[in-house]
Design a protein around this ligand. Structure first.
Ligand code: TXE
Length: 495
């Protein structure tokens, strides 16, 4: 008998095993050992979950609730997440190896998404249009779409689920959530809170399993109205193609290769911290990683010396310890991918100033650790400057002036985020206007909020999350016409 914790999935308000009866192991990246068993859902489970979500949308209690009642439920859910934040964060750390300091903060912040969108639920108003047709009254309604397929990645499972579920539910949709196979446990624990908050059965269903099985079955299910996906660009393209074939609405958040641009008029010590937070926070496993550090040549050497000295002090080790600064990499595949990119960078002629290998420090034990790595002398055409590594690997690229910084900043397929370090307001505004990215931070980095739109330009994605407009991504507009004319004119021509 295995002593691993065994989880069940949530379908139509019931906690169930996969139809196949199969489970797969969830690994702890710090120990390199399995700690939980997750149901291996497949097409049959997805079909049941989508049908439950469809029934809840069309005829269940949910469909009869007012937007105000939905808002109350979402706020209750937010309270329950807040009460359970520490336990949920600990589960996430066990699964993805990110720091308890980071996951704790994320889980304590996640309720805000449910409060914000819960508050917005009953403030979505249509308009009365002063229509140009005589004796006609025309108005609009914003209606939910139906069943939403929410697919989440392993780096921030519950926070990113909140970015999708809070607006989707506030708008009146129902959901099937498919978390990453690497980090399913916290989403299943989160599922219990929907019951406690009083959500009717079937409104939120959580099916675990592999992307190629459960994920593919979900995106291709005919009764799914919209897919909202956060993950890698390759899978994102696949999901988009599936959605296109079936004419589903799709929104995608696909990561980046964000420029963190340091001008010579910055406050150097702050910019050094900004560069560190851009690449070594979350062990670089964040879509908004500032993985291309563009440094103005006039301060390049001084800046790089300070940065390397600071990075050398980063404390690696057990992510559950509150003072650890760099934890393990979430998956063995990702660990190997990062080491592969380090070899590529060396082969391309980049100069390795720090790290550049698997971490074998005693405090890293048998976990999947990679040393914080800094490459200087990177040319923007190198693969290490163009492709997302999703790990603690920084590429430093020198530049001469503002024009070159903007050119290099934009000379990449992605466009998710950018950082600018300067004390000049003119420069901050000019450069932030010219950088083609969805979020631009000036003298700060990695700031996100439920209130502020987030999403990608170019290959970084489609659509926006967060902020008031995000709820519209889960709605469609209906135009209603009422005639109050006493007669009906010629029926053979357009009115
Ligand atoms: O992501 P996938 P992976 C990037 C990062 C990383 C790379 C691969 O560069 O190295 O992606 O990571 C589900 N149909 N990001 O392989 O495959 C899958 O089960 C439907 C950036 O883990 O994109 C999981 O739930 N779904 C990113 C989700 O997609 C499918 C965060 C994401 O997994 C599917 C994570 C399919 N055919 C990785 N195949 C970010 N934007 O922050 C997989 N999935």
């Amino acid at each position: 008998m295995s002593n691993l914790q065994k989880y069940k999935m949530l379908i139509g308000g019931e906690w169930v095993d996969a139809a196949s009866g199969k489970h797969f192991e969830s690994m702890n990246p710090y120990t390199g050992k399995a700690w939980a068993l997750i149901p291996e859902g497949g097409a049959e489970d997805i079909d049941r979950a989508v049908k439950a979500a469809k029934a809840a949308f069309e005829s269940g209690q949910w469909s009869k609730m007012t937007a105000t009642q939905r808002g109350h439920l979402l706020r209750k859910l937010g309270d329950l997440i807040a009460e359970n934040a520490d336990a949920l964060a600990a589960t996430e750390v066990r699964d993805n190896g990110k720091l308890i300091a980071e996951m704790g903060l994320q889980l304590r912040y996640t309720p805000q998404w449910y409060y914000y969108f819960g508050g917005l639920a009953d403030k979505i108003e249509g308009s009365v249009i002063p229509i140009d047709k005589p004796e006609h009254f025309n108005f609009t309604r914003h209606e939910p779409l139906g069943v939403i397929a929410a697919i989440t990645p392993w780096n921030s499972p519950l926070m990113l689920a909140g970015w999708k579920l809070a607006p989707a539910l506030a708008a009146g949709n129902t959901v099937v959530l498919k978390p990453s196979e690497f980090t399913s446990a916290s989403s299943l624990e989160f599922g219990r809170l929907f019951e406690k908050a009083g959500f009717p059965p079937g409104v939120v269903n959580i099916v675990t399993g592999f992307g190629r099985d459960a994920g593919a079955a979900l995106t291709s299910h005919p009764d799914v109205a919209k897919i909202t996906f956060t993950g890698g660009p390759e899978t994102g393209r696949l999901v988009y193609a599936t959605g296109a074939k079936l004419l589903k609405k799709v929104s995608l958040e696909l990561g980046g290769k964000s420029p963190n641009i340091v001008f010579d008029d910055c406050i150097i010590d702050n910019a050094v911290k900004g560069a560190i937070s851009g690449i070594f926070a979350a062990t670089g496993q964040t879509c908004i990683a500032g993985s291309r550090l563009l440094v103005q040549r006039s301060i390049h050497d001084e800046f790089v010396d300070k940065l390397v000295a600071f990075a050398k002090t980063a404390k690696m080790g057990d992510p559950m310890l509150p003072d650890t600064q760099v934890g393990p990499v979430t998956t063995l595949q990702q660990h190997d991918k990062i080491l592969g990119y380090i070899d590529i960078a060396k082969g391309e002629g980049a100069e390795c100033l720090l790290g550049g290998a698997k971490a074998t420090r005693p405090e890293c034990g048998s976990g999947w650790f990679v040393e914080p790595t800094i490459f200087a002398g990177v040319n923007n055409r190198m693969r290490i400057a163009q492709e997302e590594v999703f790990g603690p690997v920084l590429s430093i690229i020198p530049f001469e002036d503002e024009e070159e910084a903007i050119h290099l900043g934009n000379d990449v397929a992605f466009g998710l985020a950018a950082g600018i370090w300067t004390q000049s307001i003119r420069r901050a505004l000019t450069v932030s206007e010219k950088i083609r990215a969805g979020s631009v931070w000036v003298n700060t980095y990695r700031a996100v909020s439920y209130m502020s739109p987030f999403g990608g330009y170019k290959d970084s994605g489609v659509g926006r999350e967060n902020g008031q407009d995000a709820i519209r991504e889960y709605m469609q507009t209906k135009s209603i016409w009422i005639s109050y004319a006493t007669d009906t004119p010629n029926p053979f021509v357009m009115r």
